[in-house]
Write a new protein. Structure first.
Length: 276
């Protein structure tokens, strides 16, 4: 027996919670500051913010690191949603930082090159939020959080989270219900650093991951090993995450119950959900 999810009703709940958050944590001129990668999470999150606050109160930040092959998608998002935006290329900052660090420290460790851009992007978002008076939006989702596909003090940061309690399958349903361009909602998610897709890096698909987390469908032994190894190896990240988030309200089993099953219970850190 699988889970059911009402995307239309979730959208209504999410819009209400976003409004309440900004009433409680901002003023009339407070903006929602969001990084726009051109992927599904930032696209759908930005659309929800526009529905809740009006496009004039959402500020998009495009942050390529040097050349970004799909930067046109980022511009397509901000133009489609009519939100004010700015492009800040972090490439030179990354180069200067790398030059300033003694070369002997690098070796063959690729972690620096994959995680540092994410941290520079978050620094940029908070800098802009300070300049214009805003709150930074966290757009990470429950699926990637479970396998630790996120960067400490990078894309894990934010003032409040829209999708922390939502899985990829559910976010896609929300994007479709919002009637957003299919090519943006269903675009293969990339890591924004190496040119690989998320699923290339995982060794399994979000569809398989969500079936395991939501439907108790156990994947092959090798895939299960990959999923749980990632989860255990990255559990330290979840212990430090403490961001207000919007809770999914309609997720339930087909028999009408809302009991948790599978891995869902161990997914979330002790973050306060938004419930005014």
């Amino acid at each position: 027996m699988g889970r059911v999810f009402d995307a239309e009703l979730e959208i209504q709940y999410m819009i209400t919670e976003i409004k309440k958050y900004f009433v409680k944590n901002g003023g009339k001129t407070t903006k929602a500051v969001i990084g726009i990668s051109g992927g599904k999470d930032s696209t759908i999150a930005a659309a929800l913010l526009c529905r809740a606050l009006g496009s004039e109160n959402v500020f998009g930040v495009l942050m390529p690191c040097g050349e970004q092959a799909d930067i046109a998608d980022s511009y397509k998002v901000v133009e489609y949603l009519h939100i004010p935006h700015v492009e800040v290329n972090i490439g030179q900052t990354m180069e200067k930082l790398t030059e300033a660090i003694p070369g002997g420290l690098f070796g063959k460790n690729e972690v620096y090159y994959t995680n540092t851009p994410a941290r520079l992007r978050m620094t940029t978002l908070y800098g802009i939020a300070a300049l214009i008076g805003g709150r930074v939006v966290h757009t990470g989702n429950a699926s990637e959080m479970y396998v630790g596909y996120t960067t400490k003090f990078g894309d894990m940061a934010g003032d409040f989270s829209i999708f922390y309690d939502f899985y990829v399958r559910e976010i896609l349903a929300i994007g479709d219900a919002l009637n957003l361009p299919t090519e943006l909602v269903h675009k293969a998610p990339g890591d924004g650093m190496t040119g690989k897709t998320d699923e290339d890096n995982f060794g399994f698909t979000y569809e398989v991951l969500d079936a395991y987390l939501l439907d108790n469908k156990t994947p092959s032994y090798e895939t299960l090993r990959l999923i749980e190894e990632r989860h255990e190896r990255n559990a330290h990240k979840m212990r430090m995450l403490n961001i207000p988030y919007i809770r999914a309200r309609t997720r339930k089993w087909e028999d009408g119950s809302n009991r948790h099953g599978g891995c869902f219970e161990v997914l979330h850190a002790e973050s306060p959900f938004i419930d005014f």
